[in-house]
Design a protein around this ligand. Structure first.
Ligand code: PAF
Length: 279
């Protein structure tokens, strides 16, 4: 596995890779969710590349950029073991050199849900992913369904900017008790970790109620909200029943909706989702 830092070295190394090439963009501190993306890419592509870059542009001023967990040596060992051919670990100065002033903004789809609570977040995500697509020129790129709105925003950006990249969204990987894997789970104390599966419990309860015939969007939101609010360590930021493509909130009877939520457990903000009918 080749590990490079500069853009020139990346372009050189990328040119030597067999096609089709699959890209797994990450912010590091890898877990089984990331590795599942690498494995999927491995089965579908002749070569696999990954990036490790904690993208400052997608963190708000009061968010956890400085505290975001990092362990480059462990990440590289995991990627090598999973069969990655090339890893790019750029610095912030390489991705955003002095004078940088071009941003990618996806409009409507980036406004609700995460966009409403994390202003500027998707501008940072769309910009860095566009730069990664330019730098790596992958045929496919792999992202997790856990960040459902991110996946939708990246799909839209890829289509709108005519990137010849197939965006592949892979299922959320969960711990045994249902907690979605996330690098931010590392922030949870033992007590908070025990409370954190409340997100999956609430989503599952709504999916089961829907399967049992409860179709009304507001009833499903209320059901999820009630379960979150009953957990003393959890503070609900939003619960949503939205159209999975437009991400607009739904009213009345629903089918195939995206159930999603953001919940603060202790001081850690967790997100999760399920699509009705796929659960
Ligand atoms: O999902 C992530 O880890 C990040 O948002 C991504 C896609 C690597 C962009 O920084």
């Amino acid at each position: 596995m080749k590990v490079v830092t500069t853009l020139d070295d990346l372009r050189h190394a990328r040119a030597a890779l067999a096609g089709p090439m699959g890209l797994v963009p990450t912010m590091g501190y890898l877990h089984e969710g990331h590795i599942s993306l690498v494995r999927r890419a491995r089965t579908e592509c002749a070569s696999v590349a990954a990036s490790i870059f904690v993208n400052p542009a997608q963190f708000g001023p009061s968010e956890d950029l400085a505290a975001y967990p990092r362990d480059l040596a462990r990440d590289l060992a995991l990627l090598e073991e999973a069969g990655v051919d090339l890893v790019w670990t750029p610095t912030a100065e390489i991705v955003y050199p002095a004078g940088f002033q071009t941003w990618v903004t996806v409009e409507e789809m980036a406004r609700p849900l995460e966009g409403a609570h994390r202003p500027g977040h998707f501008r940072g995500v769309a910009t860095v992913v566009a730069k990664l697509f330019n730098a790596f020129q992958p045929q496919r790129a792999y992202f997790g369904q856990k960040d459902a709105q991110q996946a939708a925003v990246i799909r839209q950006m890829t289509r709108d900017l005519d990137f010849p990249v197939e965006v592949v969204i892979c299922p959320t990987v969960r711990e045994q008790d249902g907690l979605a894997m996330s690098s931010r789970n590392a922030y949870l104390s033992q007590e908070q970790r025990a409370a954190a599966p409340v997100l999956f419990r609430a989503l599952s309860a709504a999916a089961m109620a829907w399967a049992a015939g409860q179709r009304d969007a507001e009833d499903l939101r209320q059901l999820m909200a009630g379960i979150i609010d009953a957990e003393p360590l959890a503070r609900r930021q939003y619960v949503s029943v939205a159209d999975p493509v437009t991400l607009q909130e739904l009213e009345g009877p629903v089918a195939g909706a995206l159930l999603s939520m953001a919940v603060i457990v202790g001081t850690t903000r967790l997100i999760d989702n399920l699509v009705l009918g796929e659960a």
